[in-house]
Design a protein around this ligand. Structure first.
Ligand code: NDP
Ligand code: GDR
Length: 354
C-alpha cells in the first residue's frame, strides 16, 4: 500500500536521458502510469500530481512503488488539483521541471453531460490554469497538452491536424478550449506548448467504464460464471482504437522536437463497437449476441459517429508508428482481464504491471 508521503524510487535503465525532470498531471490514470514508466526508464526524475481522494487512487502506480526511505528517489507524488491555480504555481516553482505533461482531466464523455460545468472547469480551465501557472512562475519548461479526437466530433473521417473542430459533448468543448489555450500561449508567450490530438487508446489499465474495458472485463466475468448480461449503448459508433503504451511514446517525442507543433496520433484502422464485441467475446469462445442487451442509459444526448485518424504527420516528423491494432488489442485486454479475475478469485495479487 502506498504511503501518505507519496514518495517513490526506481532505478533508471538503458537508453536514458539523465538529469531531466518532468511533472505529470493525471499520473494516476491510464496514460499517466505508462508515461511515468517510460520517463523513469529514460532516466528522468518524475513528479506526479495526485488529487486528494477519500480512498487510494494510486493502484496503477503500485508496481513501481519503492518506499520513502529508498535513496535516490526518482518518482515523487504531490497532492494538488487542476482546480487550484496557486498550488500549480507553487509546485512548478518547487520542481522546476524541464517538461510538463497535462494528462489530468474529467475524461469520460458520457459523464461530461451529467457534470458539464465540472468538466469545463477541470478539463478546459484546468489546462489554462497550468499554462498560466507556467507563465506566472517564470519556469522555462515545455508543456504537452492531452488534446483529443473528440474535438473533431461531427467532422467526417479521416480526421487530421487541419480538420475543423465540431465537438459533440461538454468534454469535447472543454478540450477545444484547452487546445486553443495551448496554441495561444505558444503564440503569445513563446512557450514550447504542444497539443497531441490522440485518438482512443486502450490497455488493461483502461478505466472500467470506457467501452473496450467494460467489454473485456465482462467477457472475463461471463466466462467465470459471475455475470450473464452486458448492457450497452450505441453499437454502431466507429472508433480508431490504439494501444496506450505506444501513445505515451508519441507524447514524449513531441516534446523532443526542435519546434513546438500539434500532432494527430492514431492507427488509421477503425471498427464499430459491435465488431469489438465480436472479437472480444470470440477471444473467450463466447458468442456476444447471447449476452449483450441494449440500455438507453448508455447513449449520449449527441453522439460522435466515426473517428478515424490520419497520423501521417506524426509518422513523418516524429517517426512514430502504431504497432498493435484493434483486434490484437481486444484479445490482449481479454487475456489480461481473465488473468486478473483468476488471480482475484484465487486470492492472489492482481497484476497491474502490463
Ligand atoms: P484517465 O481518466 O485514466 O485519467 C485521468 C487522470 O486525471 C487521473 O489521474 C485523474 O485522477 C486525473 N484528474 C481528474 N480530475 C483531476 C483534477 N481535478 N485535478 C488533477 N487531476 C485530475 O484518462 P486517460 O489516462 O485515458 O487520459 C489521459 C488524458 O488524455 C486525459 O486528459 C484524457 O482526456 C486525454 N485523452 C485520452 C484519450 C484516451 O483514449 N485514453 C484520447 C485522447 C485524449 P484520479 O485517478 O484521482 O481520478
Ligand atoms: P469515447 O470512449 O467516448 O470515445 O472517449 P468510450 O469508450 O466511452 O465510448 C466509445 C464509444 O462506445 C459507445 N458505447 C459505449 N460507451 C461506453 N462508455 N459504455 C457503453 O456501454 C457503451 N455502449 C456504446 C459510445 O457511445 C462511444 O461512441 C474516449 C475517452 O478516453 C476520452 O477521454 C478521449 O478523449 C476519447 O476517447 C478519444
Amino acid at each position: 500500500m502506498l504511503s501518505a508521503l507519496f514518495v517513490f524510487t526506481i532505478i533508471p535503465v538503458g537508453g536514458t536521458v539523465m538529469g531531466k525532470t518532468a511533472l505529470i498531471t493525471g499520473v494516476t490514470g491510464q496514460d499517466g502510469s505508462y508515461l511515468a514508466e517510460l520517463l523513469l526508464s529514460k532516466g528522468y526524475t518524475v513528479h506526479g500530481l495526485v488529487r486528494r481522494s477519500s480512498s487510494f487512487n494510486t493502484e496503477r502506480l503500485d508496481h513501481i512503488y519503492q518506499g520513502p526511505q529508498d535513496p535516490g528517489r526518482t518518482l515523487v507524488l504531490h497532492h494538488a488539483d487542476l482546480s487550484d491555480g496557486v498550488a500549480l504555481v507553487n509546485l512548478l516553482r518547487e520542481i522546476e521541471p524541464d517538461e510538463v505533461y497535462n494528462l489530468g482531466a474529467q475524461s469520460h464523455v458520457r459523464v461530461s453531460f451529467d457534470a458539464p460545468l465540472y468538466t469545463g472547469d477541470v478539463t478546459g480551465l484546468g489546462a489554462l490554469r497550468l499554462l498560466e501557472a507556467i507563465r506566472a512562475s517564470g519556469v522555462r519548461t515545455r508543456i504537452y497538452q492531452a488534446s483529443s479526437s473528440e474535438m473533431f466530433g461531427a467532422a467526417p473521417p479521416p480526421q487530421h491536424e487541419a480538420t475543423p473542430f465540431h465537438p459533440r459533448s461538454p468534454y469535447g468543448c472543454a478540450k477545444v478550449f484547452s487546445y486553443w489555450a495551448t496554441v495561444n500561449y505558444r503564440e503569445a508567450y513563446d512557450q514550447f506548448a504542444v497539443n497531441g490530438i490522440l485518438f482512443n487508446h486502450e490497455s488493461p489499465r483502461r478505466g472500467e467504464t470506457f467501452v473496450t474495458r467494460k467489454i473485456t472485463r465482462a467477457v472475463a466475468r461471463i466466462r467465470a460464471g459471475l455475470q450473464d448480461r452486458l448492457y450497452m449503448g450505441n453499437l454502431d459508433a466507429v472508433r480508431d482504437w490504439g494501444y496506450a503504451p505506444e501513445y505515451v511514446e508519441a507524447m514524449w517525442r513531441m516534446l523532443q522536437q526542435d519546434e513546438p507543433d500539434d500532432y494527430v496520433v492514431a492507427t488509421g484502422d477503425a471498427a464499430t463497437v459491435r465488431q469489438f464485441l465480436e472479437v472480444a467475446f470470440g477471444a473467450a469462445d463466447l458468442e456476444w449476441g447471447a449476452y449483450v442487451r441494449f440500455d438507453p442509459k448508455y447513449e449520449r444526448p449527441s453522439e460522435v459517429d466515426a473517428l478515424i485518424g490520419d497520423a501521417g504527420k506524426a509518422r513523418r516528423e516524429l517517426g512514430w508508428e502504431p504497432v498493435v491494432r484493434w483486434r490484437e488489442l481486444a484479445r490482449l485486454m481479454v487475456e489480461a482481464d481473465i488473468e486478473a479475475l483468476d488471480a482475484e478469485l484465487s486470492g492472489r495479487r492482481v497484476r497491474i504491471d502490463r
